[in-house]
Design a protein around this ligand. Structure first.
Ligand SMILES: C[S@@+](CC[C@H](N)C(=O)[O-])C[C@H]1O[C@@H](n2cnc3c(N)ncnc32)[C@H](O)[C@@H]1O
Length: 467
C-alpha cells in the first residue's frame, strides 16, 4: 500500500509536517489524545512527545498500525474501525482527512464528541465544497468517489456543538476540494448573569433581551420572597437565614448576609431549581443581585454545575437610591437635629427609662494651637448632654460649639434608640503645644454632672508624660 504520512526518510502523499502545524491542536501536555484513522501514527507520536498522558491511535489498516507501533513505542495503537472507539474519555480527539470515508458522517462526529472529556476538543480536518447551499456533494477523486459537505451543511451538522473554523489546512496534490480545520466541543448551557445592584435596570434588560429570545429568566428576588413566605424550599441554613430577616425592601441586605455566611452554592442551586440545581436545562438568564466581591464565586459555582457563565455589566446612569440603612440613619439624624426623637423610634419610652449618664474622650489632638476633642456622652434620657466643659489647669472652658456626630457603635453598645451621641469640639489654645501640656488635672465633663473617662490611648499619653 502506498505511503500516506511523511516521515524523515519516508516521503508519503501527505505533507504531514505542514498538516500538523495547520491543525492548531490544543496543548497536549498532561492530556489524553486519540487519533482516529491514525495511519502510521505521526500525530500520536507528536502527542507523546508533547507529554500527553495517553496517546492512542486507531486505524483499520493492519499495515499502518504495524508501522505505527514500530515508529512510536510510547503510544497505544489498535487495529480497529471507528465503529467501536477505545475507552475514553479523551481530552483531544483528532479526525484528519478521514471523515469522507464514514458511511454516516454526522453519526461519526456525534460518537467522537461523546468520547470527549467534559471540556475536550474534537479537531476535524476535512474537505469542504464551495457552495452556498446546505448540501452534500459527491466528488470524483483519483481513487474513488466520496461525499463532502458544504459549509452551510456543516453548520447544520454542528448546530448542537460549540465550534470554530480555525482556518484552511494544507493543500495536497490532487485534492478535489479545499481542506479546512474545525475545532468542536460540547456546548455548555450559558448562564447569562445580571448581578448589578438593585435599581440598575436588571429586570428591564432581562425582559427586553432574553424573554423574546425564549431564554428563561430567573428572578433572584422573587425566589427569595417565595422561600420567605414558605412557598418554596431551599437548603436548611439558607431557608432559616432568609426567613429570619426577610423584607421585600431590603433583599440586598439579606443577600449580603447569605453570601457572608458562605451559602453561595445553596443560593445558586435555589436559582436553578431542584435539590441540586439541575432543574434548569439549557440556557438561562439570572436576574440576581450579587455583591461585587462574590461575582467570581457565583461564576465558579455555575461552572461546577456545567454552565458557561457570561456576565453582563453596565454602569447605572444617574445617582442611585441610597442603601436603606444609610437612609434610615440620615433621616433619624435630621429628625434629631429638629429637637425631637424620631417617630416610632421608642426614644420617648427610653426617656422614661433612666440611664446612667456617661461620657468618653476617644481622641485628643493639638495642632497649631488648636485642641480637638472627640468622644461621646449620654445623659439620663439617653441623649447627648446640652452642655459640656473642659478643665485645663485652673481654667474651666465651656464647649459652646459642639459638632454632633452619629455614633452607631455607641448606640449598639448602650442599646440606645438613636445614634446622635457623638461630639467633636475645637478650642483655641495657643499656649498648648502637645496633649501632654494639658496637664494632669485635664478633664472633660458635664457641668454639675459626670466626668468623662479617657479612652486607653488618651490616658496613655498622660501617664507617659507623668513618668
Ligand atoms: C487519508 S488517511 C489520513 C491519515 C491521517 N489521519 C492523516 O491525516 O495523516 C485516512 C486513514 O483513515 C483510515 N481509515 C479509513 N476508514 C477507516 C475506518 N472505518 N476506521 C478506521 N480507520 C479508517 C485509513 O486506513 C487511513 O489510514
Amino acid at each position: 500500500m502506498a505511503q500516506y504520512q511523511s516521515f524523515p526518510g519516508a516521503a508519503g502523499d501527505s505533507r504531514t509536517f505542514d498538516k500538523l502545524k495547520a491543525l492548531r491542536l490544543p496543548s497536549l501536555d498532561g492530556r489524553s489524545f486519540l487519533d482516529v484513522g491514525c495511519n502510521e501514527g505521526f500525530f500520536c507520536g507528536f502527542a507523546h512527545f508533547q507529554g500527553a498522558t495517553r496517546a492512542v491511535g486507531i486505524d483499520h489498516s493492519e499495515l499502518f498500525i504495524g508501522r505505527a507501533r514500530q515508529r512510536f513505542a510510547g503510544c497505544e495503537f489498535h487495529r480497529q474501525g471507528w465503529e467501536t472507539l477505545p475507552q475514553g474519555p479523551f481530552d483531544v480527539i483528532l479526525l484528519a482527512s478521514a471523515l469522507h470515508y464514514a458511511e454516516d458522517q454526522p453519526a461519526l462526529i456525534r460518537s467522537l464528541v461523546e468520547r470527549l472529556s467534559a471540556d475536550g476538543t474534537l479537531v476535524l480536518e476535512l474537505g469542504i465544497v464551495s457552495s452556498l447551499k446546505a448540501e452534500w456533494t459527491r466528488v470524483q477523486r483519483g481513487i474513488d468517489e466520496r461525499l463532502f459537505p458544504s459549509m452551510p451543511m456543516l453548520r447544520e451538522v454542528l448546530a448542537d456543538y460549540a465550534w470554530k473554523w480555525m482556518g484552511p489546512s494544507i493543500a495536497q496534490a490532487g485534492d478535489p476540494v479545499a481542506r479546512h480545520v474545525i475545532h468542536i466541543s460540547r456546548r455548555r448551557p450559558v448562564a447569562y448573569l445580571l448581578m448589578q445592584p438593585p435599581a440598575f435596570g436588571k429586570s428591564s434588560i432581562a425582559s427586553s433581551l432574553f424573554v423574546p429570545a425564549g431564554v428563561p429568566v430567573v428572578s433572584g428576588d422573587q425566589q427569595i420572597g417565595l422561600v420567605a413566605r414558605g412557598k418554596a424550599t431551599a437548603a436548611e441554613y439558607l431557608e432559616s437565614l432568609i426567613r429570619e430577616d426577610y423584607s421585600p425592601f431590603s433583599i440586598d441586605q439579606t443577600i449580603q448576609r447569605i453570601f457572608d455566611a458562605g451559602l453561595a452554592g445553596d443560593l445558586v442551586k435555589l436559582w436553578l431549581g431542584g435539590e441540586d440545581g439541575s432543574a434548569c436545562k439549557g440556557d438561562v438568564a439570572l436576574d440576581v443581585y450579587v455583591p461585587a466581591q462574590y461575582h467570581a464565586v457565583v461564576e465558579r459555582r455555575l461552572e461546577e454545575l456545567g454552565y458557561l457563565p457570561v456576565q453582563l455589566r453596565w454602569e447605572r446612569v444617574g445617582p442611585g437610591p441610597l442603601p436603606q440603612a444609610v437612609m434610615n440613619e440620615r433621616a433619624e439624624a435630621f429628625y434629631l437635629s429638629l429637637g425631637e426623637a424620631p417617630p416610632g423610634s421608642g426614644a420617648d419610652l427610653d426617656v422614661r427609662a433612666e440611664r446612667r449618664p456617661a461620657g468618653f474622650v476617644d481622641e485628643l489632638s493639638v495642632r497649631d494651637g488648636e485642641l480637638v476633642i472627640r468622644g461621646w456622652a449620654v445623659d439620663a434620657s439617653g441623649a447627648l448632654p446640652g452642655r459640656l466643659a473642659v478643665r485645663i489647669g485652673q481654667r474651666t472652658v465651656h464647649l459652646d460649639k459642639l459638632d454632633k456626630q452619629l455614633r452607631p457603635d455607641v448606640q449598639r453598645h448602650l442599646d440606645l434608640p438613636h445614634a446622635l451621641v457623638g461630639y467633636r469640639a475645637t478650642l483655641d489654645e495657643p499656649g498648648i503645644r502637645t496633649v501632654a501640656d494639658l496637664g494632669e488635672g485635664f478633664k472633660v465633663f458635664v457641668p454639675g454632672g459626670v466626668t468623662f473617662q479617657l479612652a486607653g490611648p488618651v490616658a496613655d499619653i498622660f501617664s507617659a508624660a507623668k513618668q
